[in-house]
Design a protein around this ligand. Structure first.
Ligand code: GUN
Length: 277
């Protein structure tokens, strides 16, 4: 079994972006909005801000109180839509329940939608004419490409159907001419589906939900889950040690998909900058 070293691949990607930034006439700019002070979201936002600084981007970390009104948040996004220093706008999810995340996402100019969550960008991905592509699935595609895994005609099973990972992941794999099965929490005989899979991508958020003997010998296993056990240990959605008995390639948790999400956000911000020029 071989490890897909996402940490190293992400670092190479960031080094490459930093090199490109040096030759631009202005720094690409990213605005990250955090509403409230959810601890996990605060960590993600801080990491995104630090990654921007590392590659020489201009970045604005915007903290808004948890009781901000829908209209105030929409006004803030409109201000950033009209700010020429800003190429990318990201609103960290989830939002407090009194806010409508969908309305907020739709307010972001599709040209600055570096998360790829706006319906216009979702539609373009679905039509296989992608513009800005969701970071985590695009990061997984980069891992597969750099590892040299051929997807054409392969059986790929995606477990999880969220707007952030599962659905766009399935479209990415279909666009790469794989045969794609999308499973969700109601899927019957999940183990049977997985036993047919040449490539498995799991994003469900349940520790060790995927058992090792569900993995076909030689399969590639991409684990998007990051779960903290009561002991403090971080584990994925796949029983890693057991799955190593069958998999040919696997992403570890941590150090697999996670670092790729932020590196891909930087890549998308650079793309948004280039498109706006
Ligand atoms: N929350 C969890 N993942 C993401 C992501 O990729 N983008 C945003 N904006 N929020 C998230």
């Amino acid at each position: 079994m071989n490890i897909i070293d996402g940490k190293k691949i992400a670092q190479n990607l960031r080094n490459d972006i930093a090199k490109q930034v040096k030759s631009l006439d202005r720094a690409p700019g990213l605005a990250v909005i955090l509403v409230g002070d959810d601890p996990a979201s605060s960590v993600y936002v801080r990491n995104k801000d630090n990654a921007c600084k590392e590659v020489g981007f201009y970045s604005e970390k915007i903290n808004k109180p948890a009781d901000i009104t829908q209209q105030q948040l929409l006004d803030e996004i409109q201000r950033l839509n009209n700010d020429d220093k800003i190429d990318g706008i990201l609103v960290q999810l989830p939002l407090p329940s009194h806010l409508d995340a969908n309305l907020v996402i739709e307010m972001i100019s599709p040209e600055k939608d570096v998360d790829g969550f706006h319906s216009e960008n979702v539609g373009k991905l679905m039509q296989n004419k992608p513009y800005l592509r969701p970071c985590t699935p695009k990061g997984v595609m980069t891992l597969l490409a750099i590892t040299g895994i051929d997807l054409v005609g392969k059986n790929c099973v995606v477990v999880g159907a969220s707007n952030i990972v599962g659905r766009p992941m399935a479209m990415e794999l279909l666009n790469a001419r794989a045969t794609v099965t999308i499973c969700n929490s109601k899927t019957t005989n999940l183990s049977g589906k997985l036993q047919q899979a040449d490539v498995v991508v799991v994003a469900v958020g349940i520790p060790k939900m995927i058992q090792g003997d569900w993995i076909k010998p030689g399969a590639v296993v991409i684990d998007v889950g990051i779960n903290r056990l009561k002991t403090g240990k971080l584990v994925g959605d796949v029983d890693f040690d057991a799955a190593t008995q069958n998999a040919s390639w696997m992403t570890p948790v941590p150090g697999g998909v996670g670092p790729m999400t932020i590196a891909t956000l930087l890549e998308n911000t650079l793309t948004a900058y280039q498109n706006r020029k």
